[in-house]
Design a protein around this ligand. Structure first.
Ligand code: PEP
Ligand code: MG
Length: 588
């Protein structure tokens, strides 16, 4: 039995067999006799033919119109398979160096890798990944290994991998996986957000785990504490099963608060909204007691598709969301593409550092045709129910003005077409960059509401990639830089008389509820399973005591002292709600 420690990115406990999503093939040097070269070349040729057949089958199975980005990708892989760099170089090595075919392919790939590593442009560097994928496929054929399909035999298992993208999680969830473990990734990464939306336990940042677990080994994943136990003994299984049972009981206990109002003991209402990533998520959020949908991450509806959604599809999806919300307002965020959210359907010129490149609102301005199509759909849906929409990652007033000009065009067009819509649909701005945070009062004058995305705001404030677990320790919501920024945002919003909410992960952390209400936030949007936890804290606290605590917290230099202060005030009062949320308990 071995225990690994990582970061809990999605709560809950699962026990199951390990399912490795990446199985590296290891090849050692092997040479052949000179007179066997013809036979070796024929072996390579036949493996290339079989690999081509796999690609042809994948092409036929694509669930999209011909000419889609998915088809383009497989076409590219077919070209790579027979390219001079891969096939040509492997043949040369067999002919001139008497290498065995798999050794020749491995050496050709090494060469390709070193060429791509020297490229500056991220788009072309990423194409190196396409060579790797094709080379891996060819090597598996040469070695007689089955085609690797991460989704096969995944039902009931626990996925273990080096890296998991939001797209991987969609595929694994469909395949029936019960939990995930990965070496990289952060607790506020988009893969973690998807895992929470699916209610699947997920532990990230587990160093060197993939190479140390054999397929089929029994694993315990504790996403609440960020632990993974490999090959557990009977005692460990008993402990974790009991813990899982206790968590289920607590969840049931908290369920009873669903219909109770979210009001503090001194009578202040705290609006609790939900973040959702899917249409099914909307009804689940309503059932969990959400008072509105504070953030609909619309891009997740379309990430997996090989083509872009039409206006009509987006309209139908928005109308379905409004119906599922049963009259509650829905805040649609416009497509937040780029960074780690790369749809199959469009190429995004990410640049050398995608998180600092063309993403989110910048991508919308780069492709106003895509933005316009979505805005037309959302404005049309505003005739059906209470729609609000907001732009992600706005960096200043000029950018907002450019975005607003697209909105004006859309409204004018719909007016000319006499299409039903509400021209006064509220428009919001997400505060996710330090530049937006410092000029929130200016931004507030050009929009109807502000919503603070603390996941990105913290990533950019500390220059620490939220996807990179090596810098996860810099994600410090209690740092004075964050507390002061949030305080000044509330002050600026008040001065501009603009509503302000918070929809980053901080809003759904019950350990931070006192901080947020003490700073003056009255509108919090979170994953739906956090609503009962935060509501219980709200109902058991007064704004006056939260404000007093915040006054003390703002005077502290060291964020761990702020954590201790919070712990001393909250731990005994909310033991059930705070389980797994107190930083020192998580081993942070
Ligand atoms: C945020 O950045 O806090 C946010 C809510 O947006 P996302 O997590 O989708 O980037
Ligand atoms: Mg964000």
């Amino acid at each position: 039995m071995i225990r690994f420690r990582g970061v809990g990115a999605s709560r809950g406990i699962a026990v199951g067999r390990a399912h490795l999503t990446e199985v590296p093939v290891s090849i050692t040097e092997r040479r052949i006799l000179r007179h066997d070269r013809e036979a070796e070349l024929a072996r390579l040729e036949s493996a290339v033919d079989d690999t081509q057949k796999q690609l042809d089958r994948l092409y036929r199975q694509l669930d999209a119109a011909p000419g889609s980005a998915g088809h383009d990708l497989i076409d590219l892989h077919r070209v790579i398979l027979r390219s001079p760099e891969l096939d040509g170089e492997a043949r040369r090595l067999i002919n001139e160096e008497c290498f065995a075919a798999e050794w020749a392919v491995t050496r050709a790939l090494e060469r390709i890798r070193s060429v791509f590593a020297r490229l500056n442009d991220a788009y072309f560097r990423d194409r190196g990944g396409d060579f790797e994928a094709v080379g891996d496929r060819l090597l598996r054929v040469l070695l007689g290994l089955p085609e690797l399909r991460p989704e096969d035999n995944a039902r009931g298992a626990i996925a273990v991998g080096v890296d998991m993208s939001p797209l991987d999680l969609f595929a694994l969830q469909r395949a029936g996986i019960e939990a995930m473990v990965s070496e990289s990734g952060g607790a506020t990464s988009h893969a973690a957000i998807v895992a929470r939306a699916f209610g699947l336990p997920y532990v990230v940042g587990v160093r060197q785990v993939a190479g140390r677990i054999k397929p089929g080994t029994t694993l315990i994943v504790d996403g609440t504490r960020g632990e993974v136990v490999v090959d557990p003994d009977d005692d460990a299984l008993r402990v974790y099963r009991a813990r899982a049972g206790a968590q289920r009981d607590r969840a049931r206990q908290l369920e009873t608060t669903r219909r109770l109002p979210s009001v503090t003991t001194d009578g202040v209402a705290i609006h609790l909204a939900a973040n959702v990533e899917s249409l099914a998520g909307v009804s689940a959020a309503v059932a969990a007691g959400a008072e509105s949908i504070g953030l609909f991450r619309t891009e997740f509806l379309y990430l997996e598709r090989a083509d872009l959604p039409s206006e009509e599809e987006q309209y139908q999806d928005a109308v379905s969301a409004l119906r599922a919300a049963e009259g509650l307002p829905v805040t649609f965020r416009t497509l937040d593409l780029g960074g780690d959210k790369l749809p199959l359907a469009v190429k995004i010129p990410a640049g050398p550092n995608p998180a600092l490149g063309i993403r989110s609102a910048r991508f919308s301005l780069h492709r106003p045709d895509i933005l316009k199509r979505q805005l037309r759909a959302l404005y049309r849906a505003s005739a059906v129910g209470p729609v609000r929409y907001m732009f992600p990652l706005v960096s200043g007033v000029k950018e907002l003005e450019r975005l607003r000009r697209v909105c004006d065009e859309v409204r004018a067009e719909l007016g000319d077409e006499k299409a039903a819509h509400d021209p006064a649909t509220p428009l919001g701005v997400m505060i996710e960059t330090p530049s937006a945070a410092m000029t929130a009062d200016h931004l507030a004058r050009h929009c109807d509401f502000l919503s603070v995305g603390t996941n990105d705001l913290i990533q950019y404030a500390f220059a620490a990639d939220r996807e990179n677990d090596d810098v996860a320790h810099l994600h410090q919501p209690l740092h004075a830089a964050v507390l002061r920024t949030l305080k000044s945002l509330v002050d600026m919003a008040r001065a501009a008389d603009a509503p302000i909410s918070i929809c980053g992960d901080m809003a759904g952390d019950p350990f931070l509820t006192w901080i947020l209400i003490g700073l003056g936030f009255r509108d919090l949007s979170m994953d739906r399973d956090r609503i009962p936890l935060v509501k219980a804290v709200v109902r058991g606290s007064s704004v006056a005591e939260a404000e007093a605590l915040v006054r003390q917290a703002l005077a502290l230099e060291d964020e761990s002292r702020v954590g201790e202060l919070l712990r001393s005030r909250l731990e005994d009062r909310f033991p059930i709600e705070l389980e797994g949320f107190i930083p020192s308990d998580r081993g942070d």
